[in-house]
Design a protein around this ligand. Structure first.
Ligand code: PLP
Length: 393
């Protein structure tokens, strides 16, 4: 008998499994494309061709031109590049002083902490979300003044799945002459958007959130937008991001983007079916469950739900029990769980610390099944009852 317990992976906003097409592309990249893409010889040219093909495929997913795509190692790096690149350009090239950047309190830490790191050079204004997790475009507009050079807002929140008014914010930024960086890391592959149809100046996408391998991501930079690089060295990525390209991950990213484009509608239909089944059965299994955001809005694959634990020990024991029973979910963003802090997103929405600690972020993937939904609800019920009866499993 196998000693591997059955596992249900519902943490697809943290990372997704690598799809077959991306695996195959990565494997192929080791064969004839191992050379340095900057090398002059034919082997180098093959590797260069693979990178440029990938640039076209990634651009194709978001409606960009290939020349507007700059590969990075992660969504985190792409967000840092957008922020540092713009701030440094305004300060060092244009010599401007008294600059401000507007963002929201519920951004990913790769935005919040990158902005905190430049807060000595620019004033950073954090807009509060509403209690339903939505950042109002009017609040963003009110925070902008003549010192504002950049607005950073995510397309959809990775913890709650709430979709932000990115089109409105893009439009108001264009009208007021402010650059707009949109963090589309969580939304890409789950929302259909086209960078030519809404206004944004820079936008980030990450491979491992859409069934590609880790180690590749990109920053889209609209043609004509100026910024400075953050990493210096060779001339890779049109002088915007030095360092030998991670061709293998980029090849996988490329295949994952092609697949995300081709199977978008069926993926969304699958997520919707799973989410509906989960939500419709939730209260039968867990009468005390409270959805942190409106049930059927937001990203089709994301549910944020909280329970009535009496203290943080019960909440921790619940997470421990779920893990022991093989249900993999998270209580917030994966990168924050290492610090064991309550979700900054839920706190900003006005949810109290205990409720935030008693929350689960459940995010479905294309590999999940309806059968797993019912099993997961049984596990949640059992894990909860054990906490209420005995504490830890
Ligand atoms: N932005 C959002 C909204 C995310 O959800 C994440 C990852 O969870 C990131 C940025 C960072 O992306 P990466 O994991 O590729 O660094």
């Amino acid at each position: 008998m196998s000693d591997i317990k059955q596992e249900i992976y519902f943490d697809n906003n943290a990372t997704t499994p690598v799809c077959d097409e991306a695996r195959e592309a990565v494997a192929l990249s080791f064969d004839h494309r191992y050379a340095n893409p900057s090398s002059y010889h034919a082997a180098g040219a093959r590797a260069r061709f693979a990178i440029e093909t990938a640039r076209e495929n990634v651009a194709g997913l978001i409606g960009a031109s290939p020349g507007e795509i700059f590969f990075t190692s992660s969504g985190t790096e792409a967000n840092n590049l957008a922020i540092n690149g713009v701030v440094k350009y305004f300060k060092n090239v244009l010599g401007m002083k008294n600059l401000s950047v507007v963002t929201s309190e519920i951004e990913h830490h790769s935005i919040i902490n990158a902005l905190k790191a430049v807060s000595g050079e620019v004033e950073v204004r954090f807009v509060k979300p509403r209690c339903d997790g939505y950042v109002d475009a009017g609040s963003v507009s009110s925070a902008i003044d003549e010192s504002t050079v950049l607005v950073c807002m995510m397309m959809a929140n990775n913890e709650t799945g709430v979709i932000m008014p990115y089109e409105q914010v893009g439009e108001l930024c264009a009208r007021r002459g402010v650059l707009f960086h949109c963090d589309a890391v969580c939304a890409s592959g789950k929302l259909k958007y086209d960078v030519k149809k809404f206004h944004c100046d820079t936008l980030s996408v990450s491979s491992h959130k859409l069934y590609g391998p880790k180690g590749a991501a990109c920053l889209y930079k609209r043609r004509g937008v100026s910024f400075l690089p953050m990493i210096f060295g060779g001339h890779q990525e049109n002088d915007m991001r030095a360092g030998t390209e991670n061709l293998h991950s980029i090849a996988g990213f490329s295949a994952a983007c092609l697949k995300a484009n081709n199977s978008f509608d069926s993926n969304i239909a699958h997520y919707e079916k799973l989410k509906k089944l989960f939500i419709l059965n939730l209260h039968t299994f867990m009468p005390c469950a409270v959805l942190n955001v409106e049930s059927f809005t937001g990203l089709a694959n994301t549910v944020s739900v909280s329970f009535d634990f009496a203290d943080e020990h019960e909440a921790n024991a619940f997470m421990f029990n779920l893990d022991t029973m093989g249900l993999y979910v998270s209580s917030g963003a994966a990168c924050a769980s290492l610090a064991n802090l309550p979700s900054h997103v839920l706190l900003a929405m006005g949810i109290n610390s205990l409720r935030a600690r008693s929350s689960l972020r459940i995010s479905f993937g294309t590999q999940n099944s309806e059968d797993e939904i019912i099993k997961s609800l049984e596990i949640i019920k059992r894990a909860y009852e054990m906490v209420k009866r005995f504490g830890k499993a």
